[in-house]
Design a protein around this ligand. Sequence first.
Ligand code: AMP
Length: 283
Amino acid sequence: MKQFTSIAETVDYLNTERERGLMIGFVPTMGALHDGHLSLIKRSKMENDLTVCSIFVNPAQFNNREDLNKYPRTLVYDAKLLLECGCDVLFAPEASAMYPEGETPDIDVDFGMLDKVMEGKFRPGHFKGVAIIVKKLFDIVNPARAYFGKKDYQQLAIIRHMVKTLHLAPEIVACETVREADGLAMSSRNMRLTISERNLAPKIYEVLSKLKAKTGKSTVGELKEWAVKKIQEYPDLRVEYFEIGDKDTLLPLKNLNRKEQAMAFTAVFLGDVRLIDNIELFL
Ligand code: AMP
């Protein structure tokens, strides 16, 4: 596996490989890798000739300094996992390279309501930061395909919208959420949970799954109320939002008339760790 920190070296290397006719698959990450990330790498390996993973904890997408400082950083271990998984290139740049001094990072895309609801509402500026870094990474890696997890469903919608609006080349491939045996969605943030928080964390997906089973028998309002109450039966779980929304527009649904569109989304605090998850209600 090639490992680069330099943008110029990465561009040079990948240009040569592309000119040789190789199809590049790309998996952008913030590191602290787990089987969820590795499932994206494996998918890319199946569908492309060369797979690039980036590891960059992007300051621009953290609206909370403490969350940025506490974000786990495990580069040496991550590199080992990527090597074992057969990843071809690891690009792990410094922040100073991605955000040169004097540059005011910006992106000229109107996300409409996509970045105003749910995560966008509670993490102002987050998706702009995500879009800025993914655009920069796409410019460097220039992949044929890029892989994103449905775990971060709203992020996936933002990236798809950006690619469409700016006519970017990469095909965006959505990958299923990988879960622990107890249902908890894998996340780099899980390693910050205390033992008792880790034991409670699977309740989030348990409630989402039970909600799915109840869908069709109750109104949207009743379903949301039930789910919030059910999660907050555990005093250590605090729901920041719980929405039933449209899988394309992400706007809250008032009824379930077009049931194939319905998804439930939630963000839950356990102590100071914030976890998100979602479920397709009728699939
Ligand atoms: P992150 O390092 O958290 O920025 O995630 C990098 C990519 O991995 C994003 O596309 C995430 O949606 C995806 N990802 C994170 N956790 C999971 C998971 N449990 N299952 C599938 N994909 C995931």
